[in-house]
Design a protein around this ligand. Structure first.
Ligand code: ATP
Length: 246
């Protein structure tokens, strides 16, 4: 498969701490790629570097054949890098459908005023996305009244409204019940392959169900990358987790 994203020797420092230390990462087109590792390994920082929320101190990021290293997060979002944060970011007083409509409106250029037909299309597409993430029945409910799990689903619908080619997900299962994690796993497994996924997650059951490739970070460094079964049994991975609990 061709690479959709490549990060080459990316570095991020905070003072004397090297949070991400010359990491190479490749996400193939259509791939579900998981990033795991003990607390403080540099996973969120690496997502921030790829999404553009944090600038790199070294290295290069290429997305869809284009060097995006110096682009800000809004530009990267426009060319297809969508992001889901650890805490769902939704507009609480707006309905679920309005939240998705706004995300779609933003994608369509935002600042331009829209005619009746475009607004109708936006609404239909928001409804279809809510249906896809399992929220059709709460389409008219204010987002603030939804459960944490439903807000997570809503955020995914909002990200999809931006028509991403790569979706960055930071610990989407955090704070979810077992049933909600199961629903999330089904939702992510059902995403079309046109959307590649880079997932940071501590829930290894979710990781090993979904991922085609798993990359393990420890102390900012890449310690292993490969198919889930290879990585699961790799001595370097066991050592990284054993060191982390010591
Ligand atoms: P977790 O699984 O606990 O979320 P992580 O693997 O996502 O951890 P990061 O959040 O990327 O790890 O943090 C990597 C290291 O960088 C940690 O030591 C963290 O304290 C440090 N760090 C992250 N962001 C900053 C910041 N803004 N300022 C200073 N240090 C930071």
């Amino acid at each position: 498969m061709t690479a959709l994203l490549t990060a080459e020797a990316v570095v991020r420092r905070y003072g004397s701490l090297v949070a991400v230390d010359r990491v190479d990462l490749r996400v193939a087109d259509g791939e579900r790629h998981a990033l795991i590792g003990p607390n403080g390994a540099g996973k969120t920082t690496l997502l921030d570097l790829i999404g553009g929320a944090t600038p790199v101190d070294g290295g290069r990021i290429v997305f869809a054949g284009r060097d995006v290293t110096r682009l800000g997060p809004a530009r990267r979002a426009r060319i297809g890098i969508g992001r889901i944060h650890q805490r769902p970011a939704v507009w609480s007083s707006l309905t679920a459908r309005e939240n998705v409509e706004i995300a779609g409106w933003h994608r369509a250029g935002g600042f331009r005023s829209m005619g009746g037909r475009s607004r109708r299309r936006l609404r239909e597409s928001a409804e279809a996305l809510l249906d896809r993430v399992g929220l059709a029945v709460v389409s008219a409910v204010p987002a603030g009244h939804l459960s944490h799990g439903q807000r997570r689903q809503l955020e995914i619908a909002m990200a999809l409204a931006g028509r991403p080619r790569l979706l960055l997900l930071d610990e989407p299962a955090a704070g979810l019940s077992q049933l909600e994690v199961q629903r999330l796993a089904e939702l992510l497994a059902g995403l079309p392959r046109e959307v590649s996924v880079l997932l940071v997650e501590h829930r290894l059951d979710l990781v090993y169900t979904l991922a085609d490739t798993v990359t393990v970070l420890h102390d900012g460094r890449l310690v292993a990358t490969g198919e889930p079964d290879e990585v699961r049994t790799a001595p370097a991975v066991r050592r990284a987790y054993a060191e982390a609990v010591r």
